[in-house]
Design a binder for this molecule. Structure first.
Ligand code: 8Y7
Length: 287
């Protein structure tokens, strides 16, 4: 019997041993997979492959949040994700996260076997904090400025790290007031969600600062356009090396959960770092 996910995340946070979250898209218009996994069987097969490659958590999403994306109605999202969650749960105990902002989807997903909520809207939908408290699963509060349809138009911050720290302070207070346990809250600066390349780089450079709030940090950099801007790689599937590099940097700066598409490559890179870090530790050296 594996420990419940809340405990596994707490251990990973304490030991600075990152967990890898594998992306399972169930959206026909997904930005990185081009909708290759829009049938339940294909998504389930992909999920199993991610687990075989070393995923610690599977993140199931039925609504695209890429820049410019339109939102989908609750029933459509449910039709996409519930069969996939049920299908995975029938085959394995592996932790499943539901990527949604809709309280009704959170509820149905957890009933179908999901173990975690990943909300790019940080539980700002009406009733979302109350539902999260009731479901009593870990919840990732991601920062986003604006909404997916328009968020990349003109993102502005006074100081991006400080502004997002203030946002987290307010969201955490709201969650605690609604009865969400502090131990279940994970924070995510939301790379690419209403941020310029400079903002994203400042956030990655300053990622360690987010541990100050006492919550584990999740980082999602995989295949994102900031990596395209740095490398000149147009297509998301050409950004694997850049994604692995970004994941490693996030790990070294204290991320507890790293959300990735390219599981096998990321596992190898993290294992090289962990092997060297073990030697550092045995020689009493700081990281
Ligand atoms: C993130 C995310 C996406 C992220 C968290 C993509 C659903 C866009 N990005 N969730 N979701 N953090 N927590 O490129 O960075 O994968 S969707």
């Amino acid at each position: 019997m594996t420990a419940p996910l809340t405990q596994r995340i707490a251990n990973a946070f304490r030991d600075q041993q990152p967990l890898l979250m594998g992306v399972v898209n169930v959206t026909p218009d997904s930005f990185s997979d081009g909708g290759r996994f829009d049938r339940p069987e294909a998504a389930i097969t992909h999920a199993l492959e991610l687990l075989e490659q070393g995923a610690d958590i599977l993140d199931i999403g039925g609504e695209s949040t890429r820049p410019g994306a339109q939102s989908v109605a609750g029933p459509v999202e449910l039709d996409r994700v519930i069969p996939v969650i049920e299908g995975i749960r029938a085959l394995t105990d592996a932790p499943i996260s539901i990527d949604t902002s809709k309280p009704e989807v959170m509820r149905a997903a957890v009933r179908a076997g999901a173990d975690m909520i990943n909300d790019v809207n940080a539980l700002r939908a009406p009733g979302a904090t109350r539902v999260a408290a009731e479901l009593a699963v870990p919840v990732c509060l991601m920062h986003m400025q604006g909404e997916p349809r328009t968020m990349q138009k003109n993102p502005r911050y006074q100081r991006v790290v400080d502004d997002i720290l203030a946002f987290f302070g307010a969201r955490v207070s709201d969650c605690l007031a609604a009865g969400v346990c502090a131990e279940r809250i994970v924070l995510d600066p939301g790379f690419g969600f209403g941020k310029t390349l400079t903002h994203n780089l400042e956030l990655l450079a300053g990622l360690a600062g987010f541990r100050r709030l006492g919550h584990p940090v999740l980082a999602g950099l995989s295949r994102k356009s900031m990596l395209g801007a740095i490398t000149g790689r147009e297509r998301p599937d050409q950004r694997i090396s850049a994604s692995v590099a970004a994941a490693l940097i996030a790990a070294q700066r204290g991320a507890t959960i790293i959300r990735v598409h390219d599981m096998a490559a990321t596992v190898d890179a993290l294992n090289v770092w962990l092997a060297v870090r073990a030697v550092d530790a045995s020689q009493g050296q700081p990281e």
